[in-house]
Design a protein around this ligand. Structure first.
Ligand code: PHE
Length: 343
């Protein structure tokens, strides 16, 4: 009987090993342990044996059962894992697939404008830098030569953030604080532009928003002159707007530049002949500029005797609107897909 048990066990082992799916394994399970299986038949036959033989055969039968159960369970785990892998593979979705024929969204008008501006400035040798939208009084004002209670603070209707000491944290009113951060982070020479969102206490109408976009420029090197500033802005104007649009500088005042100027370009509608949009002047005001004030260099630890620089900053929203003949700045922020889809 012991030999018979061994033979049956070996056969069952081969069956378990050969099962290649869970279904086949279930069939092997039933064949080995089922009511009509060879093992069960042998077990029933135990009663007809003598006591010693019966004990030996009973033990051998139990051992065989246990061994086969263990092997079955192990094989089941292997097959389950394989089937799970196969199912996952079959259910996998390729989410990177694109349908080239169908247009899926587009860049926001302002983003397109930022990228076009960056392209032009990068082509002129500038890098692109960024800074935070929530700023401290130091970066937005103090380091830009606008001490507390300076009357020039009135040039910016500031939105304050309730953080720290009262009025110590602001939503930046211009991109000029990024000049300070760039200079603190590196040594001259610097040629960088800094695009970003700025915030002012303003009521929304067709040409004003409490949130808008500026791009700042900063150049610091030895022997930089006002002529470099004027030449750079003229070069940029021609490169960005085309050769028929020119720039001019008018004397102005900013605390962080000296001398300071307004940066105007020929009206983009009439190209300088005078129309309703430009009030007949032929010019449009774009932003401010000037030679970096020595106090600004001192605030970042640069020696004003050694370094010279110029800076400029202008609004980008109007450029985005002009390009497509949109006449309401609020459209840029409403984010109505029916509007945005057109660009
Ligand atoms: N930051 C100024 C403004 O927002 C513009 C400016 C930038 C002027 C750089 C001079 C130099 O009005």
């Amino acid at each position: 009987m012991i030999d018979e048990i061994r033979r049956i066990t070996d056969e069952a082992r081969a069956g378990i090993a050969a099962a290649s799916t869970l279904e086949e394994l279930r069939a092997v399970d039933a064949a080995v342990f089922g009511r009509r299986s060879a093992l069960t038949v042998l077990k029933r036959g135990l009663g007809g044996l003598g006591p010693d033989e019966r004990r030996a055969a009973g033990l051998a039968l139990n051992d065989a059962r246990e061994a086969l159960e263990t092997e079955l369970a192990a094989r089941r785990r292997v097959l389950e894992a394989a089937e799970r892998r196969a199912r996952l593979e079959a259910e996998r979705l390729d989410l990177t697939e694109v349908e080239p024929a169908r247009r899926r969204g587009s860049m926001h008008l302002v983003t397109q404008t930022v990228e076009r501006l960056e392209d032009v400035f990068v082509g002129m040798g500038f890098t692109v830098s960024e800074g935070p939208e929530v700023e401290t009084d130091f970066y937005n004002f103090e380091a830009l030569n606008i001490p507390a209670s300076h009357p020039a603070r009135g040039m910016w209707d500031t939105l304050y953030v309730e953080l720290g000491e009262p009025e110590s944290t602001v939503l930046r009113t211009h991109t000029s604080p990024v000049q300070i951060r760039v200079m603190q982070a590196q040594e001259p020479p610097i040629h960088t532009v800094m695009p970003g969102r700025v915030f002012r206490r303003d009521t929304a109408d067709a040409s004003h928003m409490p949130v808008f976009h500026q791009i700042e420029g900063l150049v610091v090197d030895r022997d930089i002159s006002f002529a470099d500033l004027a030449g750079t802005l003229e070069e940029f104007t021609a490169a960005y707007f085309g050769g028929s649009i020119h720039s001019r500088l008018r004397p102005s005042y900013f605390p962080f530049t000296e001398p300071s100027a307004e940066y105007d370009i020929n009206c983009l509608f009439c190209e300088g002949t005078g129309c309703r949009t430009c009030g007949g002047t032929g010019w449009m005001e774009l932003g401010g500029c000037g030679m970096v004030h020595p106090n600004v260099f001192r605030a970042v630890g640069y020696d004003p005797e050694e370094w010279r620089g110029f800076a400029f900053g202008f609004g980008m929203d109007r450029l985005a609107l002009n390009r497509h003949g949109v006449d309401d700045i609020r459209e840029l922020f409403t984010n109505d897909v029916r509007f945005l889809e057109q660009f």
